[in-house]
Design a protein around this ligand. Sequence first.
Ligand SMILES: *Cc1c(COP(=O)(O)O)cnc(C)c1O
Length: 484
Amino acid sequence: MNAKKRELPGITLDPEDWSELRALGHLMLDDMIDYIEHVRERPVWRPIPQEARDRFRAELPREATELGAAYDEFSRFVAPYTSGNIHPGFMGWVHGGGTAVGMLAEMLAAGLDANLGGRDQMPIEVERQIVEWARSMFGFPAGASGVFVTGTSAANLLAVLIARTGALGREVRQTGVSAKGGVLRAYTSTGAHVCISQAFEISGLGSDVLRRVPADASYRMDLPALRRAIAEDRAAGLSPFLVVGTAGTVDTGAIDDLGALADLCAKEQLHFHIDGAFGALAVWSPELAPLVKGIERADSIAFDFHKWAQVPYDAGFLLARNGELHRATFASSAAYLRREARGLAGGSPWPSEFGLDLSRGFRALKTWFTLKTFGTDRMGAVIARTCSLAKYLERRVLAEPQLELLAPVALNIVCFRHRGNDALNAQIVVDLHESGIAAPSTTSLGGRLAIRAAFVNHRTQTCDVDALVDAVIRFGKERSARDQ
Ligand SMILES: *Cc1c(COP(=O)(O)O)cnc(C)c1O
């Protein structure tokens, strides 16, 4: 019998004409390289026209659309209206700027369509390489474990769960946290990111278990206050189990005294976790590394490759000192995930045993390409330069009588404002965004609204800082004149 004849009619998603797809693919690649190369010629951000939004409120398509037509919609209605974080004038929140290398690596990863949950495949060896590199970056021992996650929010959650397993034992996975969990106490500073408190909510421990220790005048966790809180809690019969330090707070870039926190945690036998979302990577810069001294003594570190390391979104990472405890917190068995010593189902342990995700993308590839092709010396220099830009902005703010500095510049973040009230400063920031000149964000410090510029993007230069300062002064003047 002819085997061919028994085949089902050909329904596949591969193109009939590969040459047409190839030509369009080359065009897309050229367009995106142009998009990155010429980013400076565009505004940082521009308001989204209604037509663009309307395009993406369409019916679920039953019929096919030509790839070229879909690409045209992308080019006209999506690509021009992003948040602008790849633009040198972007200074809001804490966003990386991406690189063309990262983009190409994403394309390669998508081509492989690798699922990094497990199994014996080289993509997992690439992720293991990054785990090893992370281990060496932070001086963690053999036996430490690491895993890619979406971002530091997810990594902090994993760390809280690991510390919980450490405190309550593996049984907590069956019994839940209810009885014994209620007496646990954890500590972080008031400057910590909101995702720390969310991690406690999600973990089932509840955010009441997390005590917010005041920050000092430099926005670092106040150590005497932390010591007092721990002593008070022990005296009240509670069980301190975790301290979360921050290397680079989101508001001001403050770095807790990590060495002192490590000493305290060792003495009190507490899990020492560090939220180092961006700041942890200061280890790559010889000038900045001393600021995060003590990071090598943490029990776990959460950080992002998608911020200071410029890897395209998303690429969060958790590193844990005690790999066994890490695995004991998450690993589960199931018949359909059975391991073998040989063959495709080998290669234990699998990354899925170290987190919440079974199916996982190949975040490791864009990270590997980035580290491999730039090297950590250059990455460290890029990071140090963002801090120099912050110092430059600080000098410019101090030199302008209309402007005032609101917090010491510890790292790469500058909080300042135009003299006047909160409303004026909020309006200036909106004016800046709509002008497309620069995109800082805002925060509140000591009850006052701050214009907040965080330098993360490797493309930002002093001319961008000058453009920001000049525009703040100009918009401030215009607004004040109008309100007279
Ligand atoms: C960005 C940031 C986070 C959150 O990280 P995501 O990658 O956005 O989830 C947490 N902590 C700090 C200090 C941050 O800067």
